[in-house]
Design a protein around this ligand. Structure first.
Ligand code: NAD
Ligand code: MG
Length: 382
């Protein structure tokens, strides 16, 4: 092993990406080897100046490439460079923090090349969980979750052996609209949906948290990460976001992981596992009184979660379809093209119409993804 561990942060300009850099800034055993960004070139430039990485990858559109003649000699333009960076032999850890299906190819490249894949991009597991976990197993890659709930389960699971896990309990903040009626959800604005009570995150996951489709995606993520059956996964609403998730073992003992709602902690743990070191994550204030509620989901929330369970049961191309339909719906909601309350029903309809392919290859997953995008676009225009 080299003196310092080389880390590539894909999606370094996003919420997880900038938090990852905050962690790396404090931990001198790691070196930032490569970064990537899609559109915020100014931030990418600032990061490149501060960390002097070997590679800077820009994947964005023409607008973000307008001043490409000012890019440094170590800058690369184009998505194919993401895969090259993710499989670069000098890189030991890939932090996959691109949002959506766009992060799949580079996550697969990292899994295929035997690295530690610190995975924030849950959509990669939703779309191609079987492929990603199989590649990781074959290459010896370590797949370590950054998603706070899954990091919590990873940590809690260390209290026993994997076959001793009876069920896991994923906690959900419930988002800003916990308890609102169907009628009230019709009137939700983009501004209100983007105001998450506990976490500061990118736009897509913030909307996913409000619809609870984030938790549906996390159900699928948990299935693949921990090899669970759908009936071993339970969701409870926990508005304080302090208990990040729990594992119930065969004997009835429940082990939870708690902490401030600060993504720097699960990011750091994915980098340093199995070790723990001091770092920049916010700490719990034990001098105050904490109330920790655990509430079963209501009917509206359960309907969104059911899509995740359905994808677990179906397997195959179902995850690609749910994910793509949701990506298009969220983007349409952010542009005021569909109402908030329509996102979940529209995703359900498209999942129901889909012709399942049970053991898809990569191309078949992309066909399913494209089909779902087109169907959702038609749904929105109808
Ligand atoms: P974000 O929108 O803040 O950042 C996304 C990053 O991906 C940016 O660096 C952006 O430049 C890049 N990107 C966007 N589109 C791209 C494309 N087409 N090709 C290549 N790169 C592209 O998102 P985020 O909140 O940081 O979330 C990133 C991932 O982490 C998501 O999968 C999300 O579900 C997951 N996650 C986020 C949080 C959180 O607290 N933000 C928590 C758990 C999991
Ligand atoms: Mg989460």
């Amino acid at each position: 092993m080299p003196d310092r561990i080389n880390v590539a942060v894909l999606g370094s300009t996003g919420s997880i990406g900038t938090n990852a850099l905050s962690v790396l800034r404090e931990l001198e055993q790691f070196r930032l080897y490569g970064i990537s960004g899609h559109s915020n070139i100014e931030l990418l430039r600032t990061q490149a100046e501060e960390f002097s990485p070997e590679y800077v990858v820009v994947t964005g559109d023409e607008k973000s490439l307008a001043d490409r003649d000012t890019f440094g000699g170590n800058w690369r333009v184009g998505c194919e460079h993401l895969d090259a960076l993710a499989s670069n032999p000098n890189v030991q850890i890939v932090v996959a923090s691109i949002v959506g299906q766009a992060g799949l190819s580079s996550a697969l490249a990292a899994a295929n090349s035997g690295k530690r894949l610190a995975l924030a991009n849950k959509e990669a597991l939703v779309v191609a969980g079987e492929m990603l976990t199989t590649l990781a197993r074959r290459s010896g890659a370590e797949l370590i979750p950054i998603d706070s709930e899954h990091s919590a389960i990873w940590q809690a699971a260390l209290a026993g052996k994997r076959p001793e896990i009876r069920q896991i309990i994923l906690t959900a903040s419930g988002g800003p609209f916990h308890g609102l009626s169907e009628q009230q959800l019709q009137e939700v604005t983009v501004e209100r949906a983007l105001a998450h009570p506990n976490w500061s995150m990118g736009q897509k996951i913030t909307i996913d948290s409000a619809t609870l489709l984030n938790k549906a995606l996390e159900i699928v993520e948990a299935k693949w990460l921990f090899g669970l059956e759908p009936d071993q996964i339970r969701v409870l609403v926990h508005p304080q976001s302090i208990i990040h998730s729990m594992v119930e073992f065969a004997d009835g003992s429940v082990v939870a992981q708690l902490g401030s709602p600060d993504m720097k902690l699960p990011i750091q743990y994915a980098l340093t596992y199995p070790e723990r070191v001091g770092g920049p994550a916010e700490r719990m204030d034990w001098s105050r009184t904490w109330q920790l509620d655990l509430i079963p989901p209501n009917a509206i929330q359960a309907a969104a979660l059911e899509l995740g369970f359905e994808v677990c049961r179906q397997g195959g191309t179902a995850g690609a379809v749910l994910n793509a339909a949701n990506e298009v719906a969220v983007s349409a909601f952010l542009q005021n093209k569909i109402s908030f309350a329509k996102i979940v029903p529209a995703c359900r309809e498209i999942l129901e119409q889909h012709q399942l392919v049970t053991s898809p290859n990569y191309d078949q997953l992309m066909v399913a993804d494209n089909w779902a995008r087109e169907e959702m676009n038609k749904w929105i225009c109808s």
